[in-house]
Design a protein around this ligand. Structure first.
Ligand code: 3HC
Length: 334
């Protein structure tokens, strides 16, 4: 049995009528997903599955690369050589995560140039969190603690994503993220335990600015998420946006108490009946404004990426010229 098109034009009809072979292949794919199979790049997959993965993985890669900017801003101003070395290593890791993820996306048939064009033109998204400024050294500790902490919460389930190349990239990324989160939290512990009053209030100010945008990293509420249902069905997403957000809040509140800072949410309180924290309403107008390009640093971040791309043109041209020369040499030697 195959789906009969509704009354539409001839070209639409061709697009909507599925051959018995297509229907059989989709059924086989769904059965593989239900069986918990991992899909490799060479396996057949529905076009929508492929497109969903290109969208999510490329935007994840963009997030890693753009995410280098707010922290990179403090490398030259780190308070000690140790903190500078740690921050350098972390920012370098993020660049590596971006490259793994671009490579994982390329296994789906898209190209690096296509993905970067989409980023530079403003068409592709990256995580809203990176459109906020890092205005003090305490921000660097808070970004490690909260932003990388939220990223780990969201990325660990992706290690079981049904698309195998993405899952494999995530396994290595998550190992490095744990270092990112720990170094951030440790630097805040030092400031809160050994710092003076000004340094302690610097930490509290940074937490006040980064708490709510960190909760927004998990995406819109499930009821407002157009992609979640299908992504859960296909095993791309293993846990919903709201469930991950709740896990993050439940894990982070005790850490905040240990630090001795106050999270900026008067509605935050333990719900004994549910065994989790109740928390206040997220400002979704702010979220969509920032996602839509009107956050505090969106223009600056995109301009920095476009400038880096333009400034790097000569390196790409030199590498391509060298590769062409090598090819000619090999052909002449053959
Ligand atoms: N920032 C920007 N856009 C966001 C967003 C955010 N925080 N949350 C959701 N969106 C976008 C989605 O991309 C989607 O738009 P699109 O269809 O045009 O792509 C729309 O809002 C609706 O959201 P959905 O929940 O329906 O979309 P998804 O099912 O894709 O879920 C997601 C969103 C949870 C971010 C999911 O894409 C995901 O898990 N991505 C992989 C992880 C990731 O990208 N993390 C970002 C941070 S990386 C990082 O922090 C690096 C670390 O080293 C610091």
């Amino acid at each position: 049995m195959y789906t009969q098109a509704m009354s539409v034009g001839p070209q639409d009809a061709a697009a909507k009528v599925k051959s018995p072979e297509d229907v059989a292949r989709e059924a086989a794919f769904e059965a593989r997903i239900d069986a918990g199979d991992f899909i490799e790049a060479k396996d057949w997959m529905p076009e929508h599955y492929r497109k969903t993965l290109v969208r999510q993985i490329s935007q994840h890669a963009h997030s890693e690369i753009v995410g280098m900017l707010p922290e990179g801003n403090w490398i030259s101003r780190a308070p000690t050589l140790k903190r500078k070395a740690i921050l350098l290593a972390k920012v370098q890791d993020e660049g590596g995560h971006g490259l793994y993820l671009y490579s994982a996306a390329e296994t789906l048939g898209t190209s690096r140039d296509q993905m970067l064009d989409a980023l530079h033109s403003g068409k592709a998204k990256y995580s809203s969190i990176f459109n906020y400024p890092t205005t003090s050294w305490a921000d660097i500790g808070v970004v490690g603690w909260l932003v990388d902490g939220a990223a780990i919460m969201n990325q660990v389930p992706l290690c079981r994503c049904s698309y195998a190349p993405y899952a494999r990239a995530m396994i290595r990324v998550c190992r490095e993220e744990s270092f990112h989160q720990r170094q951030g939290y440790e630097s805040l512990l030092v400031m809160m335990r050994e710092g003076n009053a000004a340094q302690k209030s610097m930490v509290q100010d940074a937490v006040n600015r980064w708490w709510w945008p960190s909760l927004m990293m998990f995406g819109p509420a499930d009821k407002d998420s157009p992609n979640s249902e299908q992504s859960i069905r296909w095993g791309i997403k293993r846990i919903t946006n709201d469930q991950l957000r709740q896990k993050f809040v439940d894990a982070t509140v005790p850490q905040a108490e240990l630090l001795g800072i106050t999270l900026p949410d008067p509605d935050l309180k333990w719900n004994e009946a549910r065994g989790e924290y109740d928390f206040g309403a997220i400002d979704w107008a702010e979220f969509w404004r920032v996602v839509g390009g009107d956050g505090p640093c969106n223009r600056e971040r995109l301009a920095a990426r476009v400038k880096a791309w333009d400034d790097g043109a000569w390196v790409r041209e030199a590498a391509l010229a060298h590769a062409r020369k090598q090819t000619i040499k090999k052909e002449q030697a053959a």
